[in-house]
Design a binder for this molecule. Structure first.
Ligand SMILES: [Zn+2]
Length: 275
């Protein structure tokens, strides 16, 4: 009896040992670039739409930037958010996402995944140039995009390739460990929109980075749990900010608020990458 138990125990140990090499592998080489996806033509008076608690005086102005990102994992590439295309409006970038990819010697066809923080046009309008990519998007947002009558603010047109032309899509109900090794994770941070997501990227030298999407639009709202008036679900937004702050504390992460120009300098200037 004792012997049988011994071998059974040894079997468990052996199984654990067999699984070990997966963890022993050198972590994949991960790089992160910020791409310019627009600059607000003029600063925004934030009292009006960016606080549902009247937190800001009428004369308080906030400049906004628009950011897209590229993540390289081994030989695979992912884009996070896509901005407006050049010429779309006064805030649009001068150089398209595809042309910025070309500066990294990449073609849009090489992009394997495109992660979208949420369905607003300033995050999704250059999606059509990435038709080869699998779309990663929160299911709440996907349901809003594919609804018979998409709600106001949903840029359904940007998603046509995935909604009507057979593009590959993964509507996410949970976090998505994109490459299976924990280095790039789409985080469920709903509230701004029903399926809003953020992105965690863990880099060897820089450490963890969190791209917040629009969980907050600028530092003051992030620091104070401030919620915009045009928000989808207030309680979810507060819970998502709490989650981001706890992850940031636990992983000592660099938090990047994508619309806040004060955070542009947290990553190297394009075409340099954080590693
Ligand atoms: Zn938004």
């Amino acid at each position: 009896m004792t012997k049988v138990r011994y071998f059974a125990a040894a079997g468990v140990c052996a199984a654990a040992w067999m699984a070990a090499p997966a963890f022993a592998q050198a972590p994949a080489d991960v790089s992160l670039w910020r791409l310019d996806c627009g600059t607000a033509a003029k600063p925004t008076a934030i009292a009006e739409r960016f606080s549902d608690t009247f937190a800001y005086p009428p004369d308080k102005l906030q400049p906004f930037t628009y950011s897209c990102y590229v993540v390289k994992h081994g030989d695979d590439y992912m884009v996070w958010d896509t901005g407006f295309p050049p010429g779309a409006n006064a805030n649009a970038p001068k150089v398209s996402l595809a042309d910025q990819l070309a500066q990294l010697k990449l073609t849009p066809a090489q992009i394997k995944y495109v992660g979208i923080s949420h369905y607003h046009a300033d995050h999704t309008s250059q999606l059509p140039s990435l038709g080869n990519a699998t779309l990663l998007i929160g299911k709440g947002d996907w349901d809003a995009i594919t609804a018979p009558k998409p709600a106001q603010g949903v840029n359904a047109a940007g998603f046509t390739h995935w909604t009507e032309l057979g593009g590959k899509v993964e509507p996410l109900t949970l976090d998505k460990d994109v490459f299976g090794d924990g280095s790039v994770v789409v985080l469920r941070t709903p509230g701004h929109t029903p399926g809003h997501s953020s992105l965690l990227v863990r880099l060897k030298e820089k450490g963890a980075v969190i791209l917040t999407g629009d969980a907050a639009h600028f530092h003051e709202n992030y620091d104070s749990n401030g919620v915009p008036a045009f928000n989808y679900d207030r309680a979810e937004t507060i819970a998502s900010l709490d989650r981001i702050k706890k992850i940031a504390a636990n992983l000592k992460a660099t938090v990047i608020i994508q619309h806040d120009p004060r955070d542009i300098g947290k990553l190297p200037a394009f075409p340099a990458a954080a590693r």
